[in-house]
Design a protein around this ligand. Structure first.
Ligand code: ADP
Ligand code: MG
Length: 156
């Protein structure tokens, strides 16, 4: 399976990179974000929100599990860190099947409930504030999205 890598040196770079991805997202897209605490999952989501033309500030939904924002498309931002039971059904399907874009931090914690077709993104700490972002598309929609995204002129 093809994967895609990108390194950022600052949180601003992570935001800009995610913003560019956010501009390409379509209704029903599902993205998972994995990585240690402080890896940049919420920071990445802030960038996605910019790309979706969301004006409100995006903050971590750790305590509410799901926050919804409205821009060019709705954004359903989930942080399932506090979901204690992997199989606990909190109505996730309605979001996955909805008209918005779903972004799930710590998605493996609800692994059984995730749609098969999705874009998995892993953020890794590297020295000096750098982060390595690794994209693993699952299914043709996300394979095409990654091809388009990673072949765009990076100077945009
Ligand atoms: P998570 O949601 O994964 O727990 P956050 O996005 O909340 O992580 O926090 C990431 C922290 O790391 C922020 O304080 C951010 O400013 C900082 N940071 C430093 N360098 C980077 C980078 N290259 N990319 C993303 N965040 C970075
Ligand atoms: Mg977070």
């Amino acid at each position: 399976m093809k994967t895609y890598d990108f390194i950022t040196s600052t949180s601003e770079e992570t935001i800009q990179f995610a913003e560019r991805l956010g501009r390409l997202l379509q209704p029903g897209d599902v993205l998972t974000l994995e990585g240690d605490l402080g890896a940049g999952k919420t920071t990445f989501t802030k960038g996605l929100a910019l790309g979706l033309e969301i004006k409100r500030i995006v903050n971590s939904p750790t305590f509410t599990i799901i926050k919804e924002y409205h821009g060019r498309l709705p954004l359903y931002h989930m942080d399932v860190y506090r979901v204690s039971d992997e199989g606990e059904d909190l109505g996730f399907d309605e979001y996955f099947d909805g008209e918005g874009v779903t972004v799930i931090e710590w998605a493996h914690l609800i692994g059984e409930q995730l749609p098969v077709s999705r874009l998995d993104i892993h953020l890794y700490h590297e020295p000096d504030n750098r982060r390595r972002l690794v994209f693993k598309p699952k299914g043709s929609r996300y394979e095409q999205l990654c091809e388009e995204f990673f072949h765009e002129d990076l100077s945009n």
